[in-house]
Design a protein around this ligand. Sequence first.
Ligand code: AMP
Length: 282
Amino acid sequence: MRIFTDPAKLSRWTEARRAAGAKIALVPTMGCLHAGHLSLVAEAKRRKAAEIVVSIFVNPVQFGPGEDYERYPRTAKADIAACRKAGATAVFMPAPAAMYPAGHSTYVNEEKLSAGLCGARRPGHFRGVCTVVAKLFHLAHPHFAVFGRKDFQQAAVIKRMARDLDFGVEIVVAPIVREKSGLAMSSRNTYLSPAERESALALSRALEETRAAARAAGAAGIPWAPRRRRIAAALERAGMKTDYIEAVDAETLEPVRTLKPGAAVLLAAFAGGTRLIDNTEI
Ligand code: AMP
């Protein structure tokens, strides 16, 4: 497995591999890798990529003021070992100054799908995500890139960006990997105390209950407003502070008033100081 820190060297290598006919997959991450990330590598393998490039980069541009950029867990050594074991063929771990040299002043903005949900709560977040992913697409020359459904809005925004800007990169979205308890795996789970981890179970429980109720109602679905109140109450009982609870059309991310097939429920809530997100599709 190759390890790149220099963007230009990665670019030269992936370009040569692509010219030689190798199918290239990109798996963008911020590191502190867990089974959720590694499932994306497995998906790339399943799709017969000859080269699987995992990028590990805590992207400063997607963090807002007062967010956890400085304290975000950085576990490079363990991440490299995990990538090797999972079957990645290259890891790209650039320094922030290599990705954003002095004078960097160009950003990519998706203006519709990124407006609500996490975009409304974290101004500038998706601008940072789109910018870094655009750069990674240019540097890794992938045929396809694998993202997790855990970041539901992010996957939609990236798909739109790839289409709108003609990247020619197929966007693959893989299912959410959960702990046995139901908690969606996240690098930020490392922040949780045992009591907060217990509270956080309310997210997946509320989503599972909601999904089951909506599915039981079939094509007609169930009204969202009372469900929303029920989820809010469940999160509050568990000691979580709600950031948002929304039901949207899974394609357009426009709010819906009925939970039926084609809708998705997206949650963001704080367990202590840690902001967690989760979602389910009906
Ligand atoms: P991150 O390192 O948090 O930026 O995540 C990198 C990629 O891994 C994103 O595409 C995430 O959606 C995906 N990912 C993170 N957690 C999970 C999970 N529990 N299941 C599936 N994919 C995940």
